[in-house]
Each structure stands twice: as structure tokens, then as C-alpha cells.
Ligand binder design. Structure first.
Ligand code: AHR
Length: 327
């Protein structure tokens, strides 16, 4: 009887010890290795060293980045280089020092980026080239997203081929010298222009209204009575030039004119009869760039080149479309 009681007491002790954890526990199954945390927009610091504020297109491009960043919760480091490459390079270097997630670079000109692209690469910060192109080797940056400037130039030339079927003399107001936009548009324009249309002169108006006007004034003095048309690399220069053309006493339609961008200002010129066609160049790149940047942060593979789908606008639909234009 005594032995039985002792045995029972021992059994109760063993049970209690096991219950409070004193008994040797079973080896827990090894925890599964933590899957790599997927980054979200909230983890992103995006550097955007904007090249300037030279045109309505550029204003819309800046707004697209600011609004998209705000909406998605991306921390945006935005600067304005005032059309100076050295300012863009300094802004990029500051971003590299801060260790941003991604740099999106809209290069003011095509050349001279190799050193700073190498610095970003050494710091493991991917660079997405936005809008205009660079001449650096594609291995130096992650991707380029923007318009095909050569195709835009070709589209403008095709419009002149229709507007001047019997040929004629035209002038070109080109964009910033050395910029991917000016180089590509001039190239495509010359490739597609009919042989019977002659470009008498080409001068830069630096993509601005302020510079477009005096260039046009000088053109009108020099080529009075000799020209049938003008090709503008952007709408802002066209708007500035139209002021000079009006001041010279000319009327809408006296010169055939084609521009690039498709801004509200360009649409108004079509409604008023000055512009016969406006080739689209889309500045609203914020959402696409941030999507690509997030993919890069998560180690996903992205296409090296993403070209924007664009078209040509004409006066017949300009009044109807103007209220729908976002820039
Ligand atoms: O690079 C795009 C060009 O730059 C736009 O056509 C022009 O308006 C802007 O300044």
C-alpha cells in the first residue's frame, strides 16, 4: 500500500515537471528561412535631378513626378538644374551620398555622364534615364524610358511632305544644342523630309518661348519672302515665334508650321490656325518610372528600353480635345 502511494506520488511529480517545462522538451522544427521582404513604394527614396523648367512640357513632367510620389508614398528628392549639366551632376552626387534607392535622370544633354554613372554604379544605386537619351554605354544604367525622338522628327517631316507637296523652303527652330531631343528630332526630320523641301537654316531656341521669339525675328529679317514653312522642336518655341510672326504682319496659314509636344499651348495655336500639326511627346512619366524603380529595388529584371506610345494631333480635333489635355 505504502509502495503504491509512493509510486503514484512519483508519477504525479513527473507529470507536473513536464507540464511546467522542466522535462526535456522536444526539439522544435527549424524555422523556415525568412523570405526576402518585398519592398514597397514606402521604402523608396527616388532622386529626380530635373533638368530645368524651360517649357510647359517640363512643368508637366515635374508635376507628374511630384504628384505620383505623393500618391504612392515615395520619398522624392527633387531639384531643378536650370538647364545646366553641372547642376544635374552635383545633384546626383548628393543623392549618391545620401544612399537613395534609385536615381531617375532626365539628361539635359547626351554626353558627359560616364563618370557620375560609374559613381552611382559603384554605390549600387540603379539609374533610370528618363525622357532624353545619353550616349553612355547602356551597361552604365538600368533602363531608359521616354519618347523616340527620331520618330518624332520623322513624323514632323511627314507632315511637311503633305503640307508642301510641290516642295519649298523651310526653317528649323531646334531645341537645346546637344540634347537627345534636339539631336534625335533633327536626325529623324532630315531622314524623312522629301528632297524637294529645303531647310534654309536651323538655329536653337533652347526649347523656350523667350529664346524662340528673337530667333524667329532674325529669321524673318534674313529670309523675308523666301520661306513657306517652319519646323519647331517644341511648342514653347512655336508660341514665342508666333509673337514675332504676328508682329511682322503675317496671318495664320501664311507659313506652314509643325511643332512637337502637344501641350495646351500647341493646341491653342492649332485652334487659332497657326499650327497645322503637333507631334505628341508625353511628359507624364512619373507612374511608369516609379513602377520600374520598385521592380529594380525588388531585384526584378526590367526592359532596357521603354518607349512611350505617341501620335500626331491636328487642328480639326483641337478644340474638342483641348479640355481633355492634362498638360
Ligand atoms: O525632352 C523633351 C523636350 O524637352 C520637350 O519637347 C520640350 O518641350 C522640353 O523642353
Amino acid at each position: 500500500m505504502k509502495i503504491t502511494r509512493l509510486f503514484c506520488a512519483a508519477m504525479v511529480m513527473v507529470f507536473l515537471l513536464a507540464a511546467v517545462g522542466c522535462a526535456p522538451a522536444a526539439t522544435p522544427a527549424p524555422a523556415a528561412p525568412a523570405a526576402a521582404e518585398k519592398k514597397t513604394y514606402k521604402d523608396m527614396t527616388l532622386c529626380y535631378p530635373q533638368l530645368g523648367a524651360e517649357s510647359d512640357w517640363r512643368t508637366a513632367n515635374s508635376a507628374s513626378f511630384k504628384e505620383t510620389a505623393e500618391k504612392l508614398g515615395v520619398k522624392l528628392i527633387f531639384s531643378d538644374a536650370q538647364q545646366k549639366q553641372e547642376n544635374q551632376i552635383s545633384a546626383m552626387r548628393a543623392c549618391i551620398q545620401q544612399g537613395v534607392s534609385v536615381i531617375a535622370l532626365p539628361p539635359v544633354v547626351e554626353t558627359g555622364w560616364d563618370a557620375v554613372l560609374q559613381e552611382a554604379k559603384d554605390a549600387n544605386i540603379p539609374v533610370i534615364v528618363v525622357d532624353r537619351s545619353v550616349t553612355a554605354d547602356p551597361s552604365m544604367y538600368a533602363a531608359h524610358i521616354g519618347s523616340d525622338m527620331v520618330i518624332e522628327g520623322k513624323r514632323a517631316a511627314e507632315e511637311f511632305n503633305k503640307l508642301l507637296p510641290n516642295g519649298g523652303n523651310i526653317l528649323e527652330l531646334s531645341g537645346t544644342t546637344g540634347s537627345g531631343a534636339a539631336v534625335g528630332r533633327a536626325k529623324g526630320f532630315r531622314e524623312a523630309l522629301n528632297a524637294n523641301i529645303k531647310i534654309l537654316d536651323s538655329q536653337t531656341g533652347n526649347f523656350t518661348r523667350a529664346e524662340g521669339k528673337p530667333v524667329m525675328e532674325a529669321f524673318l529679317k534674313k529670309y523675308a519672302g523666301q520661306i513657306q514653312g517652319v519646323f519647331f522642336h517644341n511648342d514653347d518655341m512655336a508660341i514665342g515665334a508666333v509673337e514675332a510672326i504676328k508682329a511682322a504682319g503675317m496671318k495664320p496659314g501664311d507659313l506652314k508650321m509643325v511643332s512637337i509636344d502637344g501641350t495646351r499651348g500647341g493646341f491653342q495655336l492649332m485652334i487659332d490656325g497657326w499650327l497645322q500639326a503637333d507631334v505628341e511627346c508625353n511628359p507624364l512619366l512619373g507612374p511608369q518610372v516609379m513602377d520600374l524603380a520598385l521592380k529594380l529595388m525588388n531585384g526584378e529584371t526590367i526592359a532596357k528600353e521603354a518607349l512611350t506610345d505617341e501620335s500626331v494631333f491636328y487642328p480639326d480635333k483641337a478644340a474638342e480635345l483641348l479640355p481633355t489635355r492634362k498638360y
